[in-house]
Design a protein. Structure first.
Length: 407
C-alpha cells in the first residue's frame, strides 16, 4: 500500500491543477492530498515496524543533510510569520505547504524507505518517464486543435510553456540514461523495450520543441553533454562543474548593475526576453535590499515587484510571481537562512565523498534542475518541486544493492 501510493503520486504529479473542497474552509490541490496521504502512510509504516534504532542510525549518519533541511524549512517559516498579513496569509501558507514542507517530507520518507530497501528508487524514474510521455501525447492533442499560447508555444494545461518544459526535459534525460545503461552490462532491454524507450524520447523531444523554451534546451544540452562525456562512476566531476556554473551565475546576477554599466547596456524597443529577465533581476535586487535577513515571506514576490514600479521604466513583463532564478528567489522570500542552507545542500549534492556511489539517474535530473534554475525558478512549481527534492535525496544515498537491474 505504501509503495503503491508513492508510485501513484509520482505518476500523477500534474494533478495539482485539480482542487478538492475542504468544507467551508476552501480548497486544496489534489497533489497536496496525495503527498500528505503518502507521508502519513510512511510515518505509520515506520511506527508499526518499530524502526526507532534505524531512524536514530540514519539521523547520525546524515545529520548534516537533515540539519540543513530543517534550517531551510524553519527559515521560510520565520519569514512567513514575520511578514504575515490579512492579504497574504493564505497564499503564503499555501506556498510554504506545497513548495517546501510537503515535498521535503515526501522525499525524506522515500529516502528512508530506500535505505531499508523497501522501495525501488529507479522505478520512480521509470514512472516519472511514463507520466511525462503521457503528457507529451496530450500535447499533440492540444497542438492538433491549435491550442497554443499567443506566441505559438505549447503549454497544454500548465500555466506557461516553460513549466511544461520543466517536466519534459528531465524525462528526456532519464530516457537517455536508461539507453546508456542498456548499452553496457547494468541493464538489459529487450528489443520492444528499446523501441518503446526510443519512441518515448522522440515524443518528449518533439513536445519540448513545441514549447520553445530556450532555458530548458540549454540546460538539457548541458546536462546531456555531462552524461555523455563523463563516466557514471565519475559523476562527481559533473557535480563540481554544476557547482562552478551556479557560483559564477549567482555572482553575475547579484552584481548585475556594475556588469550592465560596464557593457553600456541599453534596453531594446520593444523589449526582448533578455530585457525582461534583466529587469526582473534588477528589480529583485532592490526588493532584497530591504529584507536581507528574514526575507519578504513566501508568496509575496509579485506584490513587492509591482510596488517598486515607480523606480523603473514601465516593466516589459508584469505577471512575475518569481525572480526567475532559484537562489535569488530563495534569498528574497526566505532570507539569508534559506539561501545559505540551500547552498550547503547543493554543496553536499555536488561534492559528495568519492566513496558514495550516486544513482546517476537522479543525479543527472538534479543537475538539470539546478542548471535550468539559473534562468528560471524550478523549485517553485508544485510538481517540479517534488521532483527536485526526490532527485536531491536519492541522487547519492541509494544503497549499493539498489541497482538499476532491479527496476
Amino acid at each position: 500500500m505504501t509503495n503503491f501510493l508513492i508510485y501513484l503520486t509520482v505518476f500523477l504529479l500534474p494533478v495539482y491543477f485539480i482542487r478538492v473542497p475542504i468544507g467551508n474552509i476552501g480548497t486544496i490541490n489534489l497533489l497536496d492530498c496525495l503527498l500528505a496521504a503518502s507521508i502519513a502512510v510512511q510515518l505509520y509504516a515506520f511506527r508499526v515496524r518499530r524502526d526507532r534504532n534505524f531512524l536514530i542510525r540514519m539521523a547520525k549518519k546524515y545529520w548534516h543533510v537533515f540539519l540543513f533541511l530543517l534550517l531551510f524549512i524553519v527559515s521560510f517559516l520565520f519569514s512567513y510569520l514575520t511578514n504575515i498579513s490579512a492579504q497574504n496569509s493564505i497564499d503564503g501558507l499555501g506556498v510554504l505547504k506545497s513548495f517546501v514542507i510537503l515535498p521535503i517530507l515526501f522525499a525524506v520518507g522515500i529516502f528512508l524507505l530506500a535505505q531499508k530497501e523497501k522501495i525501488r528508487p529507479n522505478l520512480l524514474l521509470v514512472i516519472f518517464f511514463a507520466s511525462a510521455v503521457a503528457q507529451s501525447l496530450i500535447g499533440y492533442a492540444y497542438a492538433l486543435q491549435d491550442h497554443f499560447t499567443y506566441d505559438s508555444r505549447l503549454r497544454i494545461f500548465y500555466e506557461s510553456p516553460n513549466q511544461f518544459a520543466m517536466i519534459l526535459a528531465p524525462a528526456i534525460l532519464i530516457g537517455l540514461y536508461f539507453l546508456q545503461c542498456s548499452s553496457g552490462k547494468s541493464l538489459v532491454l529487450k528489443n520492444y523495450q528499446k523501441f518503446l524507450l526510443l519512441t518515448g524520447i522522440l515524443s518528449l523531444l518533439f513536445s519540448l520543441y513545441l514549447t520553445h523554451s530556450h532555458g530548458a534546451w540549454i540546460a538539457l544540452v548541458t546536462s546531456f553533454t555531462m552524461l555523455a562525456l563523463i563516466p557514471i562512476k565519475r559523476l562527481r566531476i559533473a557535480g563540481t562543474l554544476t557547482l562552478f556554473l551556479l557560483i559564477i551565475s549567482s555572482l553575475m546576477i547579484f552584481n548585475l548593475s556594475p556588469i550592465l554599466s560596464f557593457f553600456h547596456y541599453v534596453p531594446s524597443a520593444p523589449a526582448t526576453a533578455i530585457d525582461s529577465r534583466i529587469t526582473i533581476y534588477t528589480a529583485s535586487q532592490k526588493i532584497s535590499s530591504k529584507d536581507r535577513f528574514l526575507g519578504i515571506g513566501p508568496g509575496n514576490f509579485q506584490s513587492k515587484y509591482l510596488s517598486i514600479q515607480p523606480f523603473f521604466s514601465p516593466f516589459p513583463q508584469w505577471a512575475v510571481p518569481h525572480a526567475h532564478n532559484n537562489i535569488l528567489h530563495l534569498f528574497i522570500e526566505g532570507g539569508t537562512g534559506a539561501m545559505l542552507s540551500f547552498a550547503f545542500l547543493i554543496f553536499f549534492l555536488c561534492c559528495r565523498q568519492k566513496t558514495k556511489k550516486p544513482s546517476a539517474g537522479f543525479f543527472i535530473v538534479a543537475v538539470y534542475l539546478l542548471l535550468h534554475g539559473i534562468v528560471d525558478t524550478t523549485l517553485w512549481k508544485n510538481d517540479v518541486s517534488v521532483l527536485w527534492w526526490l532527485a536531491f535525496m536519492l541522487s547519492g544515498t541509494v544503497s549499493n544493492s539498489q541497482s538499476i537491474e532491479r527496476s
